[in-house]
Design a protein around this ligand. Structure first.
Ligand SMILES: [Zn+2]
Length: 297
C-alpha cells in the first residue's frame, strides 16, 4: 500500500520540523483536499464489471490512460487495476480490505465496520489471494458495499479465489491483486505496488528482501523504516508486512524517497537503496518506467 499522506510527511520532514505547525498542517490539509477533489471529479464511486483481465507487460500498463478503470494480468499471477482518476472508487473497493490486512491495532479475525486511515486514504493497494479469501470469508453473512461485491466477482472470475464448499480459498497462494490511481505520482505508485507483487509471488526476491532486512540493514536503519511505517498506521508487529513495505520504498518508490522520510542521516537512504538494487534479483521498476516516460517526451 502507499498512502497520499506520505507525501505530506515528506514535505514537513524536509522542512526540518519535528512537529508540523498549524500553518504547515493547514497547507497540507488544503493540498490534500485539492488533490482529493481533483481525483473525485468525473469519477464513479462503484467498481464497474471489468471481465477477464488481458495479459499485459509493464510498458502496456504504463500506457494506460486515466479516463476509465482498466484491468490487466501481469506476469501470469498479478491482477492489476488502474483506477485512473477514480480515487474514491479505489478506496470504496479496497478500503476495508487494507484496514483488515495492514492496519495497526486491527483484529485479524473480525470484519472492519469501516476503512481506517490506512485503507481510506491510499493511492495504491496490494493483497494476496490468501488475504482476499480471509476478507470475504469474514464478510459472509455481513453487508458489503457494491464495489466490494464487484471485486469478489472479479477475483473469482479471474481465478484468484474460489468458493470451495462454502469457504473462499486461494486458487494458488502466490497470486495477488494490486491497484493504482493516475495522479501526478502515478509512476511512484505503480512501481511501489509492483514491488509488493514481486514480494508476494517471487520466492527468490522475498528471500533476498528478508536477508537484506536481517543481515545488511543496521538496527538504526530498521528503526528508521519501522518508525515511519508506524507513523503511517501500518501494523509493524507484522514483520513480514514491515519487510514488504521497506523493500517497496527501498527499491521502487521513485521520487518520493529520501533520508529525511525515514529520519536517517543525510545520504544513508540513498546508500541503502543503491546497495539493495545492486544485488537484487529483480530490476527496479522505476528505471523501466523512467525510460518509458522519457521515451514519450
Ligand atoms: Zn506499500
Amino acid at each position: 500500500m502507499l498512502r497520499f499522506i506520505s507525501i505530506s510527511i515528506f514535505f514537513w520532514r524536509i522542512m526540518g520540523t519535528k512537529t508540523p505547525s498549524k500553518k504547515v498542517l493547514a497547507i497540507i490539509a488544503a493540498a490534500g483536499l485539492g488533490f482529493l477533489t481533483a481525483c473525485s471529479i468525473n469519477s464513479g464511486k462503484n467498481l464497474p464489471h471489468l471481465g477477464i483481465a488481458k495479459p499485459a507487460t509493464l510498458e502496456e500498463i504504463a500506457e494506460a490512460k486515466p479516463e476509465k478503470t482498466q484491468l490487466y494480468m501481469y506476469d501470469n499471477d498479478t491482477l492489476v487495476i488502474n483506477f485512473g482518476h477514480n480515487y474514491a472508487q479505489q478506496n470504496a473497493t479496497f478500503g476495508r480490505i487494507g484496514t483488515l490486512c495492514e492496519g495497526y491495532g486491527v483484529e485479524r479475525n473480525v470484519l472492519p465496520k469501516e476503512a481506517s486511515a490506512i485503507g481510506a486514504r491510499a493511492v495504491g493497494h496490494d493483497y494476496t489471494s490468501t488475504e482476499l479469501a480471509l476478507f470475504y470469508n469474514l464478510a459472509r453473512g455481513q453487508s458489503l458495499n457494491r464495489s466490494e461485491r464487484q471485486l469478489r466477482e472479479l477475483v473469482i472470475e479471474n481465478g484468484l479465489i474460489a468458493d470451495v464448499n462454502g469457504t473462499y480459498e486461494p486458487v494458488q497462494t502466490e497470486s495477488c491483486i494490486i491497484s493504482f490511481i493516475h495522479n501526478s505520482q502515478w509512476r511512484d505508485i505503480l512501481a511501489h505496488e509492483l514491488s509488493h507483487a514481486e514480494y508476494f509471488t517471487n520466492d527468490t526476491y522475498r528471500e533476498y528482501c528478508n536477508n537484506f532486512w536481517n543481515e545488511v540493514m543496521t538496527p538504526d536503519d530498521r528503526k528508521g523504516f519501522t518508525n515511519f511505517l508506524r507513523w503511517d498506521y501500518y501494523d509493524i508487529t507484522n514483520t513480514d508486512l514491515t519487510i514488504n513495505e521497506t523493500q517497496a520504498y527501498l527499491a521502487n518508490t521513485c521520487d518520493m524517497y529520501s533520508s529525511s522520510l525515514f529520519n536517517m542521516p543525510e545520504g544513508r537512504a540513498d546508500e541503502l537503496r543503491a546497495q539493495f538494487i545492486k544485488d537484487s534479483p529483480v530490476p527496479s521498476f522505476c528505471e523501466t518506467l523512467d525510460s518509458k516516460i522519457n521515451g514519450e517526451q
